[in-house]
Design a protein around this ligand. Sequence first.
Ligand code: UDP
Length: 328
Amino acid sequence: MTRNVIVTGGAGYIGSHACKALRAAGYVPVTFDNLSTGWEDAVKFGPFEQGDLLDRVRLDQVFAKYQPVAVMHFAAFSQVGESMKDPGKYWRNNVIGSLTLIEAAVAAGCMNFVFSSTCATYGDQDNVVLDEDSVQLPINSYGASKRAIEDILENFEQAYGLNSVIFRYFNVAGGDPEAEVGEFHQPETHLIPLMLDAISGKRAALTIFGTDYDTPDGTCIRDYVHVCDLVDAHVLGLKWLEDGKGSRVFNLGTGKGFSVREVIDHSRAVTNQEVPYVEGGRRPGDCTKLVSGSERAITELGWRPDRSNLAQMIGDAWRWHQNGHYEK
Ligand code: UDP
């Protein structure tokens, strides 16, 4: 029997890697994407249905056509800095869009829901290892929008029995080692691809956002996880739901943090090239340190984030960076 999974945001960075992993695991990933930030070229592993999360009629058509066993919901705006300048964009697309999707799933009887949430829901909690029970106090609109969706999922479980696995991502990096898909944002805002652009001369020097944080070298600390490890967890989360294990929240990170300067040092080692950078001011909305406690995913899901070391993440991103891109 065909096991279809609706993958919102399947034309984006993480969603396209998830589609590859789903297909390898025997599912048919059906990409639902409005191409606002995604790329049709990235839809390689299953059917494509263009549509917007805010369009309930279109969503109902797609659920009726594919009768999916589950939804994997990646589609969202995800830039912390932008979310501080334009919060309405984040509340409308992320929260109202997700609500529309969740209502469509329940109406179609599709009761398994895997959701991309974020460590930004925890906010700025210095020197605390963030586990799933840590208090959630987001300091930016992006994190607040994702936390609101988590609340919606909980309420829909109480009301309708919707089962959800919520993954709170730390910093996703790297790419498909076969470079069939990769990270390609326009505009790009993430540290590792911007750094690779600076190394290869595709853009001016990297700006380090803030060197006066309360960390050993003054720059922010993040916990980087390889996108292939991350999407493997999603397939495990889907099986968890199909096995009837019920709703659960999992952090996805490695438990080890790296500062911006440390990432620059690793990139120099991996690419054998200097990283041109300048030191700038803080970016609004940035937390000092976000490091995950990920024991739960490892012990309960059997997750093994073996590829999540900086050398492999930067190396895979570098290979894709030299050859891979998408066209509109
Ligand atoms: N960063 C930076 N310069 C850049 C982009 C990012 O110094 O041009 C820093 C940013 O302040 C944060 C870290 O790199 O501390 C990771 O940022 P990114 O945007 O990749 O992910 P985020 O943590 O915001 O999800």
